[in-house]
Design a protein around this ligand. Structure first.
Ligand SMILES: [Zn+2]
Length: 306
């Protein structure tokens, strides 16, 4: 075998190893599962008296196509649509906004395309009318529209911001962050409204939360945030690729794997509970309606995302 052939074999072997390590390997597989105390979560959902939410609406704000393996290790290079998606729980007092998304400038800087200005105005209106604004975590694609809200001072008091969110992502908070005032100390399982419970799930960020929602109808949802950006993250379960989770957007990978194992176990025992992935535009457009998650009526005639 000539020197060149040997070199090529070594090179291809190294590339294959790098591909496996960065985009396929879903380990460490021995990361301990983190469990959800669903009985305690359901009790918390009943702890605050009043009417529970009556529905869930979503507004897609921007999207980009990326190889599935980037957000779900080992799922191959098939392109998936990663969307910035904002959610609204319908309530009697103006609704609860979950993850209002980001501004057009931030979307462009993160590589998101098809920015929908109409959806952005709609989400700003949601925040204007809302009784409460919640965040699964404090990354800019989840909180940017809130920080950049043109009437920030009139909406800031509605946001539930944990101490950890302020503490560990200070660099991401801009001018308006100074006006946030007291961040809240939250219990591991904290009810914030009738049927709405924040669950501390540190991993993707140290202050990441999942948001449990029980509607008046009894339907249950768990907004997983970026612990499960795609539906397959919790289904397999598999975390983000090492390329993303270790290099591009570092996270506590063993913790995330633990929560994903916990989500899968939770789903197996509670088949009607809907785990809502944060960025899975393909899932929400294909399956959302089946689970009672409706595209905002204002966006139904034309969404540039789909
Ligand atoms: Zn995100």
């Amino acid at each position: 075998m000539g020197k060149f052939s040997k070199f090529m074999i070594v090179l291809l072997g190294a590339l294959a190893l790098a591909y496996y390590w960065l985009l396929v390997n879903a380990g460490p597989s021995n990361a301990p599962a983190r469990t959800f105390d669903i009985a305690a979560i359901r009790r918390a959902a009943d702890a605050i008296p009043g009417s529970k939410p009556t529905g869930v609406t979503f507004a897609p704000l921007a999207a980009r196509t990326i190889p599935g393996a980037a957000l779900a290790a080992g799922t191959g290079l098939r392109q998936v649509t990663s969307g910035v998606i904002s959610w609204r729980l319908e309530t009697a007092d103006g609704g609860i906004v979950v993850d209002p998304g980001l501004s057009e400038a931030d979307a462009a800087s993160m590589g998101f395309k098809n920015y929908d200005q109409r959806a952005h105005r709609l989400i700003e209106g949601w925040m204007d009318r809302a009784g409460m604004i919640l965040f699964t975590h404090a990354h800019i694609d989840h909180i940017g529209s809130f920080l950049d809200h043109p009437r920030f001072e009139s909406v800031v008091g509605k946001a539930v911001v944990s101490e950890g969110m302020i503490g560990n992502i200070n660099s991401l908070w801009r001018e308006n962050a100074r006006l946030l005032g007291e961040a809240r100390k939250l219990a591991p399982i904290e009810p914030v409204a009738p049927g709405v419970v924040l669950i501390q799930t540190p991993g993707h960020t140290p202050a990441s939360e999942m948001i449990y929602v029980r509607l008046a109808s009894g339907q249950e949802y768990l907004f997983a945030g970026d612990t499960a950006s795609l539906w397959v993250n919790a289904e397999i379960p598999t975390p983000r690729s090492r390329l993303v989770a270790d290099w591009l957007a570092p996270e506590d990978r063993p913790a995330v794997i633990g929560w994903l194992k916990g989500l899968k176990a939770l789903k197996e025992k509670n088949k009607d509970l809907v785990i809502v992935p944060s960025h899975d535009a393909d899932w929400v457009f294909t399956h959302g309606a089946t689970y009672g998650i409706a595209l905002a009526p204002e966006l139904r005639r034309r969404s540039p995302i789909k």
